[in-house]
Design a protein around this ligand. Sequence first.
Ligand code: RIB
Ligand code: CA
Length: 346
Amino acid sequence: MTLPVFVDVDTGVDDAMALVYLFASREAEVVGIASTAGNVGVQQVCENNLGLLELCKVGDVPVSKGSEQPISTPLRTAEDTHGPEGMGYARLPRTDRQLTPYDAAEAWVRAARAHPGELVAVAAGPLTNLALALREEPALPKLLRRLVIMGGAFDYRGNTTPVAEWNISVDPEAAAEVFAVWGSAWGLAPPKHVPIVLGLNLTENIAMTPALLSRLAAEAESSSLPMSVLDDRGTRSVASNPLIAVLEDAMRFYFEFHFDQNEGYLAHLHDPLAAAVALDPDLVACRATTVDVELTGTLTKGMTIADWSNRWGREANALIGVGVNPELFFDRFVTRVGAFAKRLYS
Ligand code: RIB
Ligand code: CA
């Protein structure tokens, strides 16, 4: 039986890898993609999502355009991290595919109503359009089977400010609204209905490396050259498989960014982990707690706080990811995406 999956992304490099993982997973049926402004502007996110559908030869999946701006914080984007068009050095194929006539918030609501109690959702960008969807349909929490959010940093440093993670930092007001709704929605007690929240404390354990990327090319039976930090910047992939070539060109930019951040020639796959957990929550260990978002701190705006000791006396509204086996994740990622790339282009 397939799982209907709805994905909200600010397609950038790791968002793209997450979408490919879902397309490659036979148990997943992607029923909708919401394009959220974040890593790049929302129109570019839309074009990336449509181009990925074309590259992966996916059938008619509705792609919707989200808000141009966060709820109240002016948009900031991250071309330094994901490249000028959000796909690193990769170029996606042109496509005639069109966006839906309705926006991303309505797309959330339509997908949830079409699959009541069955829809598995992944939020891998700022929570702008999820918050707008909750305003449109307050019953959304009861319509979702599962929600996985990639966002926040729990007892861990930020990647955007010293204490804030990107997805939350871009739209902290939206994140606060989302967590507040799940805290108050009809006593939805853990573990069934509260979102699984994967912060940097967990996702930074998932580090793609040139060696793992070579394993992926081999799994796809694609030619490929091993990448190295010694390569000229922007060296293009020579992979024979077009999907592998796009992933390599995207990842090289992301490797270079992480290297320049003194994190090594590697790349954290935040969103692919969220996608894999959406299909199989047993991939991570979680702890239930109450989460809220700092909105007024001069130095701490966008910080996610987990009330592990229940100082606030509020109901738990999240399952925070606290443990993961990276090898297990990568075995699954390489096996699925490699076989998918081979099926598509061999
Ligand atoms: O902080 C990591 C998150 O921010 C990921 O979702 C990445 O794609 C960016 O959106
Ligand atoms: Ca993202």
